[in-house]
Design a protein around this ligand. Structure first.
Ligand SMILES: [Zn+2]
Length: 244
C-alpha cells in the first residue's frame, strides 16, 4: 500500500483515539461524583444517626440555656419575696418562683430525654463504626483506582496527540490538507472509510468493481463518490488453522 495511505490510516486511528479519550476524560467528573453518591447512599443511615446525635446535642445546649434563664428568674422571684411588704407582692413572688422551678424541672426532664437520644445514637454509631470504616476504605480505593485510570487516560491522550502531530508533519501537505478538509466536513470527523465487500463501510454505498480493485491496490488516494471519505482496504485477518 502506498505509504501515504497508511499514514492517513494512522492519522485516522490517532484522531479516533483522541476523540474517544476526550469523551472519556470529559465524563470523569460525572463518573467520579457517581462513586461518591453511591457511598452517600450506602451511608445514609449512618448520616441519619449522626444528625440525630448532633440534633440531641444542640437541643440539650438550648435546654441548658433555658434552665439558666429560669434559674435567674427564680432567683429574682426569691429576692422579690424577701423584699415583699404586701401580701399580694408576697403571693406574686411565690407564684413566679414556683413557675420558674416548674419550668426548670420540665427542661431537666427534656434534657434527660435528649441525653438518652444522644447516647443511643452514639452507641449505634460505635457499633457500626467498622462497617462505615469498611465503606470508607472501599470508597477511597475506588476513587484512587478511578483517579489513576483518569491519569492514564490523560497520558494516553497526550501520547495520541503527539503521535498525531508526528504523522501530520510527515504527511505530504496535499494529503494533510485533503484529510483536514474531509474530516472538517464530516460530522463525526472520520475522514477514512474502509472498503469491504464491494461497499464503503462508512456510508454503505456500493463501489464499482473497478474502484474496489483500485482501492485494493492502494496505489492512489480514492474517495467515496457518496460520502467523500478516503477509501482504504484492510485485508481480512483470517485465523490460521492450527498445525498448518
Ligand atoms: Zn462512503
Amino acid at each position: 500500500m502506498k505509504a501515504e495511505l497508511s499514514q492517513l490510516i494512522a492519522l485516522q486511528n490517532a484522531d479516533t483515539d483522541i476523540r474517544r479519550l476526550q469523551a472519556e476524560i470529559e465524563s470523569i467528573p460525572e463518573r467520579r461524583a457517581e462513586i461518591e453518591k453511591e457511598f452517600e447512599r450506602r451511608t445514609f443511615e449512618i448520616r441519619a444517626l449522626e444528625e440525630r446525635r448532633d440534633a440531641a446535642f444542640h437541643e440539650r445546649a438550648r435546654l441548658e440555656k433555658e434552665i439558666f434563664d429560669q434559674k435567674q428568674r427564680a432567683e429574682r422571684a426569691d429576692r422579690n419575696l424577701m423584699a415583699a411588704k404586701k401580701p399580694d407582692e408576697y403571693t406574686a413572688a411565690i407564684r413566679e418562683a414556683d413557675a420558674a422551678r416548674k419550668q426548670i424541672s420540665a427542661f431537666e426532664t427534656q434534657i434527660l430525654e435528649q441525653m438518652e437520644i444522644f447516647d443511643q445514637a452514639e452507641k449505634e454509631l460505635k457499633e457500626r463504626a467498622p462497617e462505615v470504616e469498611n465503606l470508607r476504605v472501599d470508597l477511597e480505593a475506588r476513587l484512587k483506582a478511578f483517579d489513576d485510570e483518569a491519569q492514564t487516560r490523560q497520558n494516553q491522550l497526550e501520547q495520541a496527540r503527539a503521535g498525531r502531530e508526528q504523522v501530520m508533519n510527515e504527511l505530504p501537505k496535499a494529503m494533510s490538507m485533503l484529510y483536514k478538509r474531509i474530516a472538517s466536513r464530516i460530522r463525526d470527523g472520520v475522514a477514512m472509510a474502509e472498503a469491504r465487500n464491494g461497499a464503503c463501510m462508512a456510508c454503505y454505498m456500493s463501489l464499482r468493481p473497478q474502484i474496489m480493485a483500485d482501492v485494493r491496490r492502494g496505489e492512489e488516494v480514492i474517495t467515496c463518490d457518496n460520502c467523500n471519505r478516503i477509501l482504504y482496504y484492510a485485508p481480512e485477518k483470517k485465523a490460521q488453522p492450527v498445525g498448518v
